[in-house]
Design a protein. Structure first.
Lengths: 113, 113
């Protein structure tokens, strides 16, 4: 079953506005990652936040993690039309020596110029 | 990070045939993963491919349908066998370069008629 669940499923904003996407998960994690996917292409890794971190920044991106609520948020500030994409959160699910990611359903962000 | 390429980028196949997808990485990596993304959906892990051992498949995926090769530390193939329209998806490979961080290839878009 899906570990991460993003909301909203779709978000439409104007250029310059901030976009906030949320992700909830069900089990304990070691880390949580956010990815961007442009129109059915490959995924681009945005940021990783570990379970002992509460907030992380990278350029216009700000990620928070609340392990007590099993939730994370991705904030994109001063959005641009080029930010239009689907955004996925992914949590690790380590089994023995293997690692794999469990992806949420994604938020489709549309930034209008 | 790592530079990952996939071939083909897209293909249209007839029902009952097979398609082999190649994944090439620009550096040696221990762990490679294959994911499927059905239309409008999130990513689902098919299997983990490690060099020198058989691939480990996730629940719902079997070797007869998705045979995987991993002949060396920079290359892997995924074959989707006995194609049906339900196999129409984007197939993505990924590698774990730094601990916990996965980087994805551009994906292969498969359409089955």
């Amino acid at each position: 079953s899906q570990q991460g669940e993003e909301d909203p499923q779709a978000l439409s904003i104007q250029e310059g506005e901030n976009a906030t996407m949320n992700c909830s998960y069900k089990t304990s994690i070691n880390n949580l990652q956010w990815y961007r996917q442009n129109s059915g292409r490959g995924l681009v890794h945005l940021i990783l936040i570990r379970s002992n971190e509460r907030e992380k920044h990278s350029g216009r991106l700000r990620v928070t993690l609340d392990t007590s609520k099993k939730s994370s948020s991705l904030l994109i500030t001063a959005s641009r039309a080029a930010d239009t994409a689907s955004y996925f959160c992914a949590t690790d699910a380590r089994t023995g020596s293997q690692g794999n990611l469990i992806f949420g359903k994604g938020t489709k962000l549309s930034v209008k110029p | 990070s790592a530079v990952i390429s996939q071939k083909p980028s897209r293909d249209i196949c007839q029902r009952g045939t097979s398609l082999t997808i190649q994944c090439q990485v620009d550096s040696q990596v221990t762990m490679m993963f294959w994911y499927r993304q059905q239309p409008g959906q999130s990513l689902t892990l098919i299997a983990t491919a490690n060099q020198g051992s058989e691939a480990t498949y996730e629940s719902g995926f079997v070797i007869d349908k998705f045979p995987i090769s991993r002949p060396n530390l920079t290359f892997s193939t995924l074959t989707v066998s006995n194609l049906s329209p339900e196999d129409s998806s984007i197939y993505l490979c990924s590698v774990e370069v730094q601990t916990d961080t996965q980087y994805f290839g551009p994906g292969t878009r498969l359409t089955v008629l």
